[in-house]
Design a protein around this ligand. Sequence first.
Ligand code: ZN
Length: 139
Amino acid sequence: VSLATSTDKATSAERKVGPAMARGALCRCPHCGEGRLFRAYLKVVDQCDVCGEEFHMHRADDLPPYVAIFIVGHLLVGVMLHLDMVWKAAPMVYLSVLLPLAIILPMLMLPSIKGSIVGLQWAMRMHGFAGRSGEKMGQ
Ligand SMILES: [Zn+2]
């Protein structure tokens, strides 16, 4: 007699990290790639509308902003060096170009970064994705 539940079957299936992260980066469900992953700007849906996969147990926490700052910081250092070394730009040009970019670029990137991190956690069965469906871990 098998005591395996549908949850056990779902958690024992192979989950490929690359496709799950790519689907998450497109703000789609890491499992089916069709349902929406976010119900608001950065609010992850509790459950996929299409396949029913649960996402309320994700723990992306501070990693998405960390990754966004890391990427944007490196981009803007390049822009800043270019402004200084090639165009000899005035200080007001730095303020008018770099400040808006430092605010807008992370905001544009955050949903895709958070989606790919939720996809990574889902594929690797990290945190609440390890099993015990329905048990909320954190937020
Ligand atoms: Zn789905």
